[in-house]
Structures are given as C-alpha cells and as structure tokens.
Design a protein around this ligand. Structure first.
Ligand SMILES: O=C(O)c1ccccc1NCC(=O)[C@H](O)[C@H](O)COP(=O)(O)O
Length: 224
C-alpha cells in the first residue's frame, strides 16, 4: 500500500519523517492560501530538493509553466492537481514532463463517476478527497462505500480526514476495492499546519503496512 504523508513543510519535521520506513511519498503544498504552503517555511527549494523521499507537489488551478518550474526547482517526482484543472492541462503536462500525475476529485453529495471519464487516460493515479468549502486538508471523510461502484482500472489513493483510528476500515477498503493502491494522510496527524506528529505517523504506518502486505497477497491471489 502506498502511504503518502501530505502537507509536509518544516525542514526538521521532514528529516524526522525520513526515519519512518513505511512512508512512501511526501506531499508538499504549493497553494499560497494554505497554511501548509511550503515557501512560507523559509527553506530554499534546493534544501527540499535534497530530500530523498519521492515528493508530490500539490497544486490548485496553477499554470503549467509554474508547475514545471516547481517540479524542477524542488525535484518533484509527482504532481497532484487538486483544483478544477482541465484535461488539456494534463495533456500539456504529459507532453512536457515525465513526472507522474495524480488528479484529485473531491467527493460530495452529488457525486458522479462520469466526471473522471475525460481524465482516465491522462493520469497515473486518481485521488479521492472530501468536498468542502476549501480545496483540501479539510479533515473530513466522505462515504467510502461510494468506491464500491468505481468503474475504472486506473489506480487510486483514498484521502480525506483519515485518522489513526481508521486502520481497520482502510484495510477493509484496500481488500475490497481492486484499484485502490494507497492512502493519503494529513490534518489528523498534525501538531500545527505543515508540522506532523511523527510518533502518531510511526504507530499508524507500522500497523497498517503490516496488515496491508497480507491483504495485498490475498488481493493478488483473488485476481489469479
Ligand atoms: O492540505 C492543504 O492545505 C491543501 C490545500 C489545498 C489543496 C490540497 C491540500 N491538501 C492536499 C492533500 O492531499 C490532503 O492530504 C487531502 O486533502 C486530505 O487532507 P485531510 O482531510 O486533512 O486528511
């Protein structure tokens, strides 16, 4: 199971995260209104670029030129488009960079899978988050049962208000939904905006990774 810890920003906190072996990706917010906006934390891009963990840059309705600049300056491996980006922008990114692309959909009351149709051949992953008044980091969960009717094979990550208490529910989803490949955690593991509680992350990731490995074996056997 891919474990992405999003909203990392503070350099010492990032160094601590590197010691947690189960964490696969680190998410960094490049959306100026967010309290987790990376450039606000004072370190220059080169310092972040040296971080060895694969870095996911999170953008909201940002221009392609600016995304490409940040990819280069910060050494990003993936970009996460968290706003209302058009398929044409994903196409442009595909043509101009090799970084992987995650397109986010915010699931709300009037949810319809049809919104994904135009994106499914342009992304490496979808990420499902909770709809709300702000673009992300809301700390709220949507009804995960909606994922039962996911109609595509494109791999996806589950996100939105995931908390330490959710280990068993997440494992149940991971087993039940063939295209689910990972999870994304953020505000429920925070000390303050952009600074994570590393002990909480350590305990949670140890618990979930162990059981997810068994679940994955079962998933593969079920497919064969
Ligand atoms: O975290 C933010 O401040 C943020 C702001 C604008 C767009 C996206 C943002 N976060 C992106 C993420 O991938 C979060 O992990 C995701 O929204 C879930 O957050 P949470 O509900 O706090 O677990």
């Amino acid at each position: 199971m891919i474990i992405k810890v999003c909203g990392m920003a503070e350099p010492d906190n990032i160094s601590g995260l590197l010691g947690i072996a189960e964490v696969n990706w680190m998410g960094m917010i490049f959306y100026p209104p967010s309290g987790r906006y990376v450039p606000k934390f004072g370190q220059d891009a080169a310092g972040y670029k040296r971080v060895s963990l694969p870095k996911v840059g999170v953008f909201v309705n940002e221009s392609t030129e600016e995304i490409l600049r940040v990819v280069k300056d910060y050494g990003l491996s993936l970009v996460q488009l968290h706003g209302d980006e058009a398929p044409s922008q994903l196409q442009a990114l595909r043509e101009r960079t090799k970084v992987k692309v995650i397109k986010v959909f915010r699931v709300g009351a009037d949810w319809n899978w049809k919104s994904l149709e135009a994106y499914k051949d342009l992304v490496d992953y979808f990420l499902f988050d909770t709809d709300g008044p702000s673009y992300g980091g809301t700390g709220h969960q949507f009804n995960w049962e909606i994922l039962e009717s996911y109609p595509y094979e494109t791999p996806f990550l589950l996100s939105g208000g995931i908390a330490p208490k959710d280990v068993e529910n997440l494992l149940a989803c991971y087993k039940a939904y063939p295209a689910m490949v990972g999870i994304d955690i953020n505000s429920k593991f925070e000390i303050s905006k952009g600074v994570k509680d590393l002990e909480k992350i350590k305990t949670f990731t140890a618990a979930i990774s162990d059981k997810a490995a068994t679940a994955k074996k079962k998933k593969t056997n079920d497919k064969d």
